[in-house]
Design a protein around this ligand. Structure first.
Ligand code: C2O
Ligand code: CU
Ligand code: CU
Length: 476
C-alpha cells in the first residue's frame, strides 16, 4: 500500500470507517430512524371537497429492515395516511388490484353504512367510490382495513392497514398545537423467508400474532425528538396482539380515545390498546436521555383446551413477552410545554333515556375454533338487532369465553358507562372496548344520522372471521 492510499484511508477512518464497520456487521441489529407513514395525496376539487385514490395490491416493501412481499394499500406499509379535516367532503376511490375479493372499511368514522358497507365485495380489477362527510367534532385517529368476512384476518395480517387522521379545531389547543406529532401504527408480522406466514389452526383460535413487533413497519426504531412535548397517535392495527404501553420514566397523558378528544388530559402510568383501538397521548420530556417505549407482558387469556392432556402447553397463549417498540431520544435541555387544562365538554348520554337495552354475549367453542355472539355464528342474511334511528340504546356486553374479546361497533360511536358495575372514570367516545373473561360492560349507543345495516364484532379478526359478528339494522 503506498503512502497516499494509506493517508486517504486514515482520513476516511474519522468518518467513513464507522459506516463501513457497521455495514460488515450485518448481524448487529441496526437502529433505524423512526419512519413516519406516508400521507395519501389528495386533490382539492374546491374548498372542503377532496378527492383521493388508493389501491390494494401485492407489493415488495421493507419491513423490519428486510424485503418482504405484503398486501399493501398504496404500495407501502403502513398504507398512506388519509389526512382530512372535520366537515370535509371526501371522495375516496378504492381500487382492488389484488387477486382476491376485498373491500375497504373506514374504522371508527361516523359515516353512512351504505357508503362504508361492511358487506361490500369488490372483485379483483374493480373499484368503488367511498364518498362521505367527515363529522364535526370527530378530530382524532381512525383507520382503514379490509372487511370481507372469513378473509379479514389473512388480508390484515398481510399488511392491509392504514391510518385516517381527522383534524379539527381542538388540535389548536395550546399545549397540543405546538407538540411534535407522530403516528405510530403498531402491527406485528411473521415471515417465512420474504413471505407472510400463513395462518395455522392455532392462529384461527387464538388470533395470529407475529414475532416481528413493529412500529410503522420498523423494528425498534429511534425517535429523535426535536421538541420536548410529543403528541403520539397510537393505532393498534394488529390482528390479535395487545399492547400494554409504557414509556420508561414518563407518564402518558391521554388526550384522545377512539372517537377523539377526552375532556381533559388523563395521566396514565400505562395504556392498554386492544386490537382496533386508538389513543393519543402527550409525552413531556423533562430530562435528557433515551427512553424505551415498551409493550409490557399482557395475558389475554389462555385457550385452555382442557382435557387435551400433553397438548395443553402447546395450546395456551399465555402472557405476551416484553417488547421494546421504539426508543425516544429526548432533545438536549428539554423544556416541555404545560399540559392543556381541558379540551371541550363531551355530551353526557343519559342511560335512563334509553329506549332499548340489548345483550351481547361472547362465547367460544375452542375445539371447533368457532366463535359466537348470543350463541349464534355470523350470518350476513340474518338481522340480529333492529334499531330505530334517533334512539339511544344501552348495550350490555358480556364475555363468557376464556379469552379477552375486544367488542367493536360500526357506524355509531358509543360511550362506556360501566365495567362490572363500576362507573367509567372519565367520559370518552369509543368504538372498541375490551372485555376480559367474565367482564360485563355497559355502553350507551346513540343511533344517529344514518340508517342501514351495520355490524358489531370481536376485533380479534380471526374470531370475527370465525363467526363472532352480528348485524344491526337501523331504520327510520
Ligand atoms: Cu375495524 Cu368491522 O372493523
Ligand atoms: Cu369498524
Ligand atoms: Cu375475540
Amino acid at each position: 500500500m503506498n503512502q497516499i492510499n494509506r493517508r486517504t484511508l486514515i482520513k476516511l477512518g474519522a468518518f467513513g470507517l464507522a459506516g463501513g464497520y457497521a455495514l460488515s456487521q450485518s448481524n448487529v441489529p441496526a437502529k433505524p430512524t423512526f419512519p413516519e407513514p406516508p400521507v395519501l395525496k389528495t386533490k382539492m376539487l374546491k374548498p372542503g371537497v377532496l378527492e383521493a385514490e388508493v389501491a390494494a395490491a401485492p407489493s415488495q416493501v421493507n419491513i423490519a429492515g428486510r424485503k418482504a412481499t405484503l398486501l399493501t394499500y398504496g404500495g407501502s406499509f403502513p398504507g398512506p395516511t388519509l389526512r382530512v379535516r372535520e366537515g370535509d367532503r371526501v371522495r375516496l376511490n378504492f381500487i382492488n388490484r389484488l387477486t382476491e375479493v376485498t373491500n375497504l372499511h373506514l374504522h371508527g368514522l361516523h359515516v353512512s353504512p351504505t357508503v362504508d358497507d361492511p358487506l361490500a365485495m369488490i372483485d379483483p380489477g374493480q373499484s368503488r367510490l367511498y364518498e362521505f362527510t367527515v363529522p364535526r367534532g370527530s378530530a382524532g385517529t381512525y383507520w382503514y382495513h379490509p372487511h370481507i368476512h372469513k378473509e379479514v384476518a389473512p388480508q390484515l395480517f398481510a399488511g392491509l392497514a392504514g391510518a385516517i387522521v381527522v383534524e379539527g379545531p381542538l388540535d389548536a389547543t395550546p399545549g397540543v398545537k405546538e407538540a411534535e406529532e407522530h403516528l405510530l401504527v403498531l402491527k406485528d408480522f411473521a415471515l417465512v423467508g420474504s413471505r407472510i406466514a400463513p395462518h395455522n389452526p392455532m392462529d384461527w383460535m387464538n388470533g395470529k400474532e407475529g414475532n416481528l413487533v413493529l412500529v410503522n413497519g420498523a423494528l425498534r426504531p429511534m425517535l429523535r425528538a426535536q421538541k420536548s412535548t410529543l403528541r403520539l397517535r397510537l393505532l393498534n392495527a394488529s390482528n390479535a396482539r395487545y399492547y400494554r404501553l409504557q414509556l420508561e420514566g414518563h407518564p402518558l397523558y391521554l388526550i384522545a380515545t377512539d372517537g377523539g378528544f377526552v375532556e381533559k388530559p388523563v395521566e396514565l402510568s400505562e395504556l392498554l390498546l386492544a386490537p382496533g383501538e386508538r389513543a393519543e397521548v402527550l409525552v413531556r420530556l423533562s430530562k435528557e436521555g433515551n427512553f424505551k417505549l415498551q409493550a409490557l407482558p399482557y395475558d389475554r387469556g389462555s385457550t385452555g383446551m382442557m382435557g387435551m392432556g400433553g397438548m395443553q402447553n402447546m395450546m395456551s397463549a399465555g402472557p405476551s413477552q416484553l417488547e421494546t417498540l421504539l426508543t425516544v431520544v429526548a432533545p438536549s435541555k428539554p423544556r416541555p410545554l404545560p399540559l392543556p387544562a381541558s379540551f371541550a365538554p363531551l355530551e353526557r348520554l343519559d342511560p335512563a333515556k334509553a329506549r332499548v337495552t340489548r345483550r351481547v354475549v361472547f362465547s367460544e367453542d375452542m375445539m371447533a375454533s368457532r366463535f359466537f355472539i348470543n350463541e349464534k355464528a355470523f350470518d350476513a342474511g340474518r338481522v340480529d338487532f333492529t334499531g330505530r334511528l334517533g334512539d339511544l340504546e344501552v348495550w350490555e356486553i358480556e364475555n363468557k369465553g376464556d379469552m379477552d374479546h375486544p367488542f367493536h361497533l360500526h357506524t355509531y360511536p358509543f360511550q362506556v358507562l360501566e365495567r362490572n358495575g363500576v362507573a367509567e372514570p372519565f367520559r370518552s367516545w369509543k368504538d372498541v372496548v375490551n372485555l376480559k373473561k367474565d367482564d360485563l360492560v355497559r355502553i350507551a349507543v346513540p343511533l344517529r344520522d344514518f340508517g342501514g345495516l351495520s355490524v358489531y364484532h370481536c376485533h380479534i379478526v380471526e374470531h370475527e372471521d370465525r363467526g363472532m359478528m352480528g348485524t344491526l339494522e337501523v331504520g327510520g
